[in-house]
Design a protein around this ligand. Sequence first.
Ligand code: ATP
Ligand code: MG
Length: 510
Amino acid sequence: MSDAVAAVELDGITKRFPGVVANDAVKLRVMPGEVHAVIGENGAGKSTLMKILYGMQRPDEGTIRVGGKEVHFRSPKDAIAAGIGMVHQHFMLADNLTVLENVVLGSEPTKGIVIDVAKAEGRIKELSGTYGLPLDPDRLVEDLAVGERQRVEIIKVLFRGARILILDEPTAVLVPHEVDDLFNHLRALKEEGVTILFISHKLEEVLALADTITVMRGGRTVATVKPEGVTRGQLAELMVGSELPRPETRESTVTKDVILSVEDVTVKSFDGRVLVEGVTFSVHRGEVVGIAGVQGNGQGELIEAIMGLLPLDRGRVRLGEQEISAWGTRERREAGIGYVPEDRTEQGLLLPSPVWENVMLGHQTSRPFSHGPWVDAAGARQRAEEVVKEFGVRTPGVDVAVYALSGGNQQKLIVGREMIAGPKVLIAAQPTRGIDVGAQAAVWDQIRRARIEGLGVVLISADLEELIGLSDSLWVIFRGRLVAKLDPQTVTPEELGVYMTGAKQEAAAG
Ligand SMILES: Nc1ncnc2c1ncn2[C@@H]1O[C@H](COP(=O)(O)OP(=O)(O)OP(=O)(O)O)[C@@H](O)[C@H]1O
Ligand SMILES: [Mg+2]
């Protein structure tokens, strides 16, 4: 190790939770001005370590040094004062406020003193300029794309004077061109001397961006390597301790039976804006239908309409022969439509409830969870144990509250719950978001196997490799309309990206 003073030095950090040692005598040394990636399996302890560095959690043991000086953070406030900022995976912006208001929110002088708007605006422009992060201070956050929102979060952190920036899975929600933008911004920040800590499950990204990579496994830091010296496969091996499975070759399992049809579906917002317009497509038994699109082009509303969570302005949805357009969400689920929602913490899970109750969510009224009006807790527990085992959910047990699971393990729980119920149709949004490479391959396998048994799937995903790799049919949605149908056997992620931006369209036939 060099003698230079590290920007951040964590030594012997241990953090215990009931039944788990999340961080076990962790050592991490981050040099000033470097991009330092932290990678590892779901539950390896990455987020916990970052939360400790950001003052959100206190370590049971160990020391933290920032710029060579030992610190004891009691809250993020202390960390911010020490020049550390964190961008969380779930953005914490207020939608109905402007960029400017969001940036100064929380750092403006309190006690009724008026914010110096002109000064704040000047400072934002200066930061945008210095770091090449274009932003219009007057725009409403609700009108921004995901990548732009993230930029606001980063500016907000810089506005508070951060010189050390922590990003926990910043690319999970971004489409490829937004990832490119983000990486350019991060490189510019680095040029200005900002130190960056970066968590990601996407190993190509890590190799492209990081100066140093630290691998965590089971709460420990097991290796620190330079990207030049390793391959993606070697990184995965360091993470999981074994070789990655190869993707299997694909044979079509598509049958002639239509299991889900979406006919001329139009969805409008409360204020009358058209969000989904005249969408028509069908899903056959054994078919995965992928829908590619830049976030915010109506794909989210489309699947919510299929689930009965949003009303149809026009059109029909059929399950097999049966029209279900007027059915409630629960009836649709009971009839065999599984659902992996886009936002796992808001729609998919009850965070304070135990794992076994969460496995029941949305399936309360069917066996093995109920006998007549009674909830069968033993049946639910057993089902939960099965999900945990089959889908590799890392948890000390099924009685643990879901908030105590790592992000990726929460996601595995939702996917497992839906798949194990044996649905006829699965509506899946970002099914592998935040899931590590090994577990991702396992989820793909589960979907492929269920497909062979006749499952029909509607898949939306920001991961274009996943969309192309899993789909039998692939549509592109742009501004609420299906604008192209592409062949997943031949299309490349780059070509798909061009269609997604609306630069290229095809007359779309159902
Ligand atoms: N508040 C908590 N209470 C109890 N256990 C927790 C809590 N937070 C995290 N854990 C446990 O600590 C371990 C590490 O979790 P952490 O969130 O740090 O993992 P991670 O590496 O970020 O995983 P992922 O890639 O899935 O996000 C996990 O076993 C998790 O269940
Ligand atoms: Mg995490």
